[in-house]
Design a binder for this molecule. Sequence first.
Ligand code: UDP
Length: 343
Amino acid sequence: MSVPRKNDTNLTPRGPVLVTGGAGYIGSHTNRLLRERGVETVVLDNLSTGHKAAVEGAFEQVDLGDRAALDRVLQKYKPTAVVHFAAKTYVGESVENPAIYYRENVFHTWNLLEAMRAHQVGAIVFSSTCATYGNPIEVPMTEAHPQAPISPYGRTKLHMEHMLADYAAAYGIAFAALRYFNAAGAHPKGDIGEVHVPETHLIPLVLQVALEQRREIAIFGDDYPTPDGTCIRDYVHVVDLADAHLRALGLLQAGERDLRVNLGTGTGYSVKEVIDCARRVTGHAIPARVAPRRPGDPPCLVSGGTHARDLLGWVPARAELETIVRDAWAFQRRHPQGYAGHT
Ligand code: UDP
């Protein structure tokens, strides 16, 4: 079959789509975008870290480890595709307790794939990560960069990619592995955004300082081999990420079988640049203090891949750091306690 490309106009995904982890950060934004495009969805989430207040449309509180419940959901909604966000995502926790990561990431994905086989669901878009590459041997990192993850988290995500590729080859379940760089920002409406408990990510923590919920931001290391000594990351707006999922799903449904795509803007910002940007956006002095390096942080992670543009026709529309921080700030100001009190 000839594989469609970005210029094809008919790549809007078809539903119903099962969104696992759709109560989480990137899942809730993708679920909203699917629904805005008229695609029927059902969110499946065990609410272990997700937020019911972030879910729109049909919702089933189900754990992916519960095969019988999964079967009931697939039987009831008859999805034609899955967008799979449900996973554990903390590098540090994965080092301390890898068993949770192998169960919830690897085993639960196997469970999902087996249920998809049984119910003949033919396509899956999967949240992968640049953490599957491990320490960069060259930056920017293209999709061809060797995958040698350095944490249990990254290894489970790589196992999941391998499982998807094997299932695609053997059973014809088409897949897209979208390797995110640093997801950031919030919906421009300001009603859904990033809420992690505990929060470990730079931008929300910096904004918590601006809200005076924290006294200062710790800069984890200023002696890296980068221009200002702090780590460089490629921050990508969550709504742009959501858009890439729809494009990938449309391509799979149009005949593509195997997509492995980096999602980053290609531009890196240092920790100090992020803090300066937040100072401009919030008007707050945001005190910062240099702290020791955080174990496992590579100095620089920037996407260099062109598959997103070439295959998906994806060019991030909100690539400016200031736009990302502004949207995150609008959300956090409206939700200083996260989703608590928002139903
Ligand atoms: N970072 C920091 N102070 C913090 C949290 C993060 O200096 O309180 C740094 C971290 O070392 C990394 C960058 O900010 O270089 C982005 O970290 P984050 O946890 O947001 O994302 P990650 O790159 O780990 O996925």
